[in-house]
Design a protein around this ligand. Structure first.
Ligand SMILES: Nc1nc2c(ncn2[C@@H]2O[C@H](COP(=O)(O)OP(=O)(O)OP(=O)(O)O)[C@@H](O)[C@H]2O)c(=O)[nH]1
Ligand SMILES: [Mg+2]
Length: 391
């Protein structure tokens, strides 16, 4: 993408002239294979959609990836800091591990509000206050102390009024920038603001179930002197969402409320998640053998196959070959295509142990010193965490 992000004031007039209003990319009619393509006869009309946005909206088609965190993004964040604008750091309430972008934290030391979007996806009885406390703690380690942390759902219109009034108070008449990882719902939130509070439903920003939808910075007037800006989402390379092909992401990224799935496993048992990951319960601990409970929090569209550990390698191959599971990734045919992570879980008196496969979901259990293994797509981060709800 050409770097034409100069003066922010200049940017907004540039958008009016030759940027796609759907994704913010600069329009061009020279190369149909390049981003921002639009046919010549439409190029000079006002308020145009690039061909990619047009196809996304009408046929759900998508071609290329979004830009990653680079120099132009750093420049943008530095400018935002200089002009004391309000930053809305958007995260996906379910995929928190995939939403935390440590690279941008140095730029979020002031005037930042955190929004956890997609609240509607969280399972019933989810301890939301603990989630907020955990995020506050994680951010604090990087000296990020947000003015507020709000749980919302742009899709289901949950807490949008509260968010909007916070936004108005905290921005003090200044501009607002929405930043965050891919697919967390930045553009959807802005569209909701346009619909709810500006009564605008015509020129909405393009959103999609695929990451990498917004390609440039899009400025939308909030009043006569200030703007809110949508920005391209940043890829988190450690997330399943960045490692899997687009066709199966719509099954991996949850769209409706997660139904937790409970398993009482004997040791030497395995669970296979679609054709993309596997969990082995190897043994209980040095003193005991026997059953152990595991709860899986993943998109309801991911099939779970239970099998004996001794058969798990072959089962993975056969369910993929025979198309007996869902979703199946092109790059994964056998266990060798996955990366193995082995752990002895800690013994804990209270709380639970969460085993998170970034971008895919988590496996929750009591910490009893079990030996376990997780097979995840290559380069995807796996994390073990003790969560104590009494703390
Ligand atoms: N369930 C649910 N889905 C949501 C919510 N908000 C957005 N989505 C969905 O999440 C997907 C991504 O939304 P976008 O608004 O395109 O996300 P984005 O952060 O702008 O993505 P990029 O432009 O790629 O960075 C779409 O399928 C949305 O419909 C929500 O509150 N709940
Ligand atoms: Mg977007």
């Amino acid at each position: 993408m050409p770097n034409r992000q100069r003066e922010l004031k200049g940017l907004t007039s540039e958008i009016k002239i030759n940027r796609c209003y759907g994704c913010g990319v600069i329009l061009q009619s020279d190369n149909p294979m390049d981003v921002g393509y639009i046919s010549k006869d439409r190029l000079n009309l006002e308020d145009q959609l690039c061909e990619r946005c047009y196809k996304l909206r009408h046929y759900g088609e998508v071609k290329q990836n979004s830009p990653s965190f680079g120099e132009s993004y750093i420049k943008l964040l530095s400018d935002v800091n200089k002009k004391d604008a309000l930053i809305v750091y958007v995260m996906d309430a379910f995929t928190i591990e995939g939403s935390i972008l440590k690279d941008i934290h140095p730029y979020l030391q002031k005037n930042t509000i955190v929004v956890l979007n997609k609240k509607d996806i969280l399972p019933r009885d989810f301890p939301e206050d603990k989630l907020v406390a955990k995020i506050r703690q994680v951010l604090k380690q990087d000296n990020v102390n947000p003015l507020d942390i709000l749980l919302i759902s742009s899709a289901k219109n949950i807490n949008m009024d509260e968010f909007m009034s916070k936004l108005e108070t905290l921005r003090k008449g200044k501009d607002v920038y929405f930043v965050g990882a891919n697919n967390v719902g930045k553009s959807s939130i802005i569209n909701k603001i346009l619909k709810n509070y500006k009564n605008k439903t015509d020129k909405l920003i393009t959103t999609s179930k695929y990451p990498g939808t917004t390609l440039g910075i899009i400025g939308i007037p909030l009043d006569n002197v200030s703007y809110m800006f949508d920005t391209p989402g940043i890829f988190n390379p450690k997330s399943v969402i960045s490692q899997m092909e687009k066709e199966i992401l719509k099954y991996i990224i949850p769209r409706v409320q997660i139904n937790p799935r409970n398993y009482q496993l004997d040791d030497q048992n395995s669970l296979i998640f679609g054709g993309i990951a596997r969990f082995d319960y190897v043994s209980k601990n040095q003193k005991e053998k026997g059953k152990c409970g595991y709860t899986i929090y993943m998109s309801n569209d991911i099939d779970i196959e239970r099998t004996k550990l001794s058969k798990a390698d072959n089962t993975l191959v056969s369910i993929i070959l025979q198309n007996k599971t869902h979703p199946i990734a092109k790059s994964i045919k056998e266990v060798k295509d996955l990366e193995k992570h082995e752990y002895i879980l800690p013994v804990v008196e209270s709380g639970t142990i969460n085993i998170t496969i970034t971008g895919l979901g988590s496996i929750m259990t009591q910490g009893k010193g079990q030996a376990i293994a997780v097979y995840a797509p290559k380069n995807v981060e796996v994390k073990i965490e003790h969560i104590d709800y009494r703390a």
